[in-house]
Design a protein around this ligand. Sequence first.
Ligand SMILES: NC(=O)c1ccc[n+]([C@@H]2O[C@H](COP(=O)([O-])OP(=O)(O)OC[C@H]3O[C@@H](n4cnc5c(N)ncnc54)[C@H](O)[C@@H]3O)[C@@H](O)[C@H]2O)c1
Length: 249
Amino acid sequence: MSSAPKPDVTPRGRLRGRRIAVTGAASGIGRATARLFSQEGASLALLDRDPAGLKEIANETDGARFEVDITAEDEVASAAERAATALGGIDGVVNAAGIMYRGRATDVPATNWRQVLEVNLTGTYIVTRSFLPWLTSESAASVVNIASAQGLLPNTPGYSAYAASKGGIIALTKALAAELAPQIRVNCISPGMVNTAMADGHRDGASNYALKRIADPNEIATALLFLTSTDASYVTGSVLGVDGGRAFH
Ligand SMILES: NC(=O)c1ccc[n+]([C@@H]2O[C@H](COP(=O)([O-])OP(=O)(O)OC[C@H]3O[C@@H](n4cnc5c(N)ncnc54)[C@H](O)[C@@H]3O)[C@@H](O)[C@H]2O)c1
């Protein structure tokens, strides 16, 4: 694997005064995103089901933390209300919580199938819907979801449930972009493999990527920053591939 060039994360105040909710903030991409967004001036509401990781990133970013399971409607609705109160409003949501499941369709027990769909797709929907009352009252609001190259180009055997959940996120993103315009922009990114806990045991899998390496989480966070910030003020309903050239589209 060739070494990753570092993205320039010199703070430029691109989220100054913005109040952003980030799910999955305890680990990996969500954590890198919380750190970058904080450096860019955002105040943060951090949601995750992992209390230890959540506490660390909340301390580091001075964010408000909410220990929730994103599939639990009531918990999420309560967290959204408390987050909006704590931050004085919400301008954006980044849906980074998710789980992986590896297994061919013929081998995936229905329970696991349902769980992957429930967390990745329904969880993204529940979080977004719960924050809508605040997003609609703000200008330049943004929602960014995380799909996957497995959702955009699901040609690797062994990812059926995960690919279905991520393909669903791509469709949900476009449907919401249509429904929530013009007040709220809704976009998603489609990462290839990223160097987080989710890639454990699979980090050598980038040989078919044009860039021949997996991504650093900061390289995903910078894409989420672009779509969340007003730099992307004319971008909605889009799927931004951030996959080192795994899928050209
Ligand atoms: N790592 C990759 O290779 C990769 C590639 C493409 C897409 N993604 C997507 O990026 C997102 C972030 O993944 P990551 O690599 O940072 O993984 P990660 O495992 O490091 O982090 C995921 C976070 O989501 C949280 N989470 C999971 N289920 C939850 C639930 N029900 N309620 C609340 N929190 C929950 C976990 O506690 C964890 O903190 C996921 O949607 C993943 O599918 C990852």
